[in-house]
Write a protein that binds this ligand. Sequence first.
Ligand SMILES: NC(=O)c1ccc[n+]([C@@H]2O[C@H](COP(=O)([O-])OP(=O)(O)OC[C@H]3O[C@@H](n4cnc5c(N)ncnc54)[C@H](OP(=O)(O)O)[C@@H]3O)[C@@H](O)[C@H]2O)c1
Length: 257
Amino acid sequence: MSRRLADKTALITGSSRGIGRATALAFAKEGAALIGVHYTANPEAAEATVRDVEALGVKAVAVRADLRQGKDAADSLWAQFSEAAQSHTGAAALDILVNNAGIAPALPLKDTSEAAFDEVMTINYKAPFFLIQAVADHLRNNGRIINISTGFTRIAAPTHPAYAASKGALETLTLALAPEFATRGITVNAVMPGVTETDMNAAWLASPDVRAGAEALSVFSRVGTAADVADVIAFLASNDARWTTGQIIDATGGARI
Ligand SMILES: NC(=O)c1ccc[n+]([C@@H]2O[C@H](COP(=O)([O-])OP(=O)(O)OC[C@H]3O[C@@H](n4cnc5c(N)ncnc54)[C@H](OP(=O)(O)O)[C@@H]3O)[C@@H](O)[C@H]2O)c1
């Protein structure tokens, strides 16, 4: 086991399931000190992630916040996690924030209600914005902010225009914030997954024709696993990626290159 994240405190939104859960496990394998497992609707899944992280010898704590509540949720999430960090590590401080939680409703332009638009923008863009604001002064020097985007910012997605645009905003935020955080050696990057085998698209991928189409997008002719994406996130979180900031890192398996 390498220990590239030894002594690091990490908070990963949406780590009860999918890419966030795989990221928590990847960080645990790299020897992190404490991992915040954020969730909203699935406490059992969050507790399972906590147990699996702790089985790797790393402390973990589940924290609940519904990101549909925007800034209030971001502030509550940090308040809960900073208290846990204080009690587990002796400091209400953070090394790595991964803004991973997200929703991806398949709603073409004509079917997108204002409520659906507001929900996707709040969870995918507004909440990460205010969570970064909430943790900014508590991020240690040489820390990491990693925002999870989507390949739909590079490949046109008429099926998901509001979702794609919410992630486009998150990518622009990534670039905009990188200089400010660089003064403390903190990098700010985004990771762009392609079609990844998680609950988010399990129903969609159950159709053999759809699955074949999704596999054909990647030059590796398969759908990605959550671990494929999590390993890229773990690299960005490590000191090995100290010279990379303000970037969108493609983790789509070479989709439509
Ligand atoms: N899967 C893909 O093919 C794919 C492709 C490109 C980009 N992405 C992006 O990768 C990220 C992770 O996706 P995934 O596939 O791992 O998703 P997933 O399996 O559906 O898991 C979503 C996670 O986000 C949390 N979440 C959902 N709504 C929330 C809310 N209102 N407040 C707080 N947390 C909430 C869920 O918590 P609960 O367990 O409590 O519900 C869960 O932990 C997302 O940002 C997604 O847009 C995914």
